[in-house]
Write a protein that binds this ligand. Structure first.
Ligand code: NAP
Ligand code: GDD
Length: 343
């Protein structure tokens, strides 16, 4: 029988990669999308257009529990992947209540809907929760593993701790097959442009082509364990294929600073980052997470998962993609300028 999956956050970076992976595995894939005044489906366009769309989209919102319940009854998924969130750490300081409502209570709404539908139908729904290394915040040990205590440093981190523990609680209280992936930072050419890696690769490639002069950043000394999103969504799927639900750290076990990322990116383009990067205190955070480094030995031994993409390959992939975007922008600019001179 064909398995059905529902992905919340399908329009985001991870949602788009996960949808591709599940479709390739033969799933019927459904995705929750928010209503917006623009399409917002750039990352999944290749899956939703054409004679036979491979991905089925439904309007919904983690703020709307009744809608989630209705959707679960309609789709009857075997697996639900909860990737939706207000996922930007800096923004969570500006919108703490909204972040709590969506990123924390939104998970509870979805779990409640799953519990009700499962009780009514007697069919098991497996659940994946997108937990985050941001929960470790001001880390109490390094590297961080599943047993490391949480010390969140942002409204986003606090909301993710709530989501994590409520998922564990529903697993223990109601026997739900619910697992949490504690994923460390993962990036790709589809990464949102306000996260630091993509901000750097977009700006560096535009600087290379003379489309921009400077790149303004905050704390260059923050250190992260950066992997490739395409590798990490495989781990999500593997968690839901286990007989027993559990929680897993997913990371590369390698540490680089924001400065290292700049150096590598600009270096790839034959540039020196020190000539172009300037510090703007507006990008500092009220409370910073200085260092995140994961130990994913449990995912390796129990799921057979390990990252396939090196740091250098990740940077090169993002730079090459963004150089192509910048080149197109340059061509467009030249064409428009020629046209307006001729007109
Ligand atoms: P992302 O690109 O920011 O995508 C977030 C998704 O959530 C988008 O599809 C967004 O829809 C949707 N969303 C936001 N608010 C919503 C709401 N109220 N109702 C329904 N959908 C809503 O994030 P990502 O990088 O793919 O990350 C996926 C998940 O993993 C997130 O929960 C994130 O917090 C978590 N995580 C990410 C990382 C990482 O390094 N990427 C690491 C650990 C955990 P729109 O497109 O309409 O905005
Ligand atoms: N965004 C951003 N913009 N970050 C900057 C900048 C800047 O201009 N300058 C320095 N940084 C530093 C931040 O202070 C932070 O220490 C680091 O770069 C990484 O920032 P982000 O790329 O915004 O990611 P994040 O680590 O805060 O959060 C991401 O990873 C989490 C997992 O640890 C997000 O994807 C979260 O959703 C995810 O849970």
């Amino acid at each position: 029988m064909q398995r059905r999956a529902l992905i919340t956050g399908v329009t985001g970076q991870d949602g788009s990669y996960l949808a591709e992976v599940l479709i390739a595995k033969g799933y019927e894939v459904h995705g929750l999308r928010r209503r917006s005044s623009t399409f917002g489906t750039e990352r999944i366009e290749h899956l939703i257009f054409g004679d036979e769309p491979q991905l089925h989209l439904h309007y919904g919102d983690l703020a709307d529990g009744n809608g989630l319940m209705r959707l679960l009854r309609e789709v009857e998924p075997h697996e639900v992947y909860n990737l939706a969130a207000q996922s930007h750490v800096r923004v969570s300081f500006d919108q703490p209540t909204y972040t709590a409502d969506v990123t924390a209570v939104g998970t509870l709404r979805l779990l409640e809907a799953i519990r009700d539908v499962q009780d009514d139908t007697g069919r098991q729904i497996r659940f994946y929760q997108a937990s985050s290394s941001e929960m470790f915040g001001k880390v109490v040990e390094t590297p961080q593993k599943e047993t490391t205590p949480f010390y969140p440093r942002s409204p986003y981190g606090v909301a993710k701790v709530y989501s994590h523990w409520i998922t564990v609680n529903y697993r223990e209280s109601y026997d739900l097959h619910a697992s949490c992936g504690i994923l460390f930072n993962h990036e790709s050419p589809r990464r949102g442009e306000t996260f630091v890696t993509r901000k750097i690769t977009r700006a560096a490639t535009r600087i290379k082509l003379g489309l921009q002069d400077k790149l303004y950043l905050g704390n260059l000394d923050a250190k992260r364990d950066w992997g490739f999103a395409g590798d990490y969504v495989e781990a999500m799927w593997l968690m839901l294929q286990q007989e027993t639900p559990d929680d897993y750290v997913v990371a590369t076990n390698e540490l680089y600073s924001v400065r290292d990322f700049c150096e590598k990116t600009f270096g790839h383009l034959g540039l020196n980052y020190e000539d172009h990067v300037e510090i703007d205190p507006r990008y500092y955070r009220p409370a910073e997470v200085d260092l995140l480094l994961g130990d994913s030995i449990k995912a390796y031994t129990q799921l057979g998962w390990k990252p396939r993409t090196s740091f250098d390959a990740l940077v090169a992939m993002m730079v090459d993609h963004d150089l192509d975007l910048a080149q197109r922008e340059q061509v467009l600019k030249t064409t428009v300028s020629a046209y307006s001179k001729a007109a």
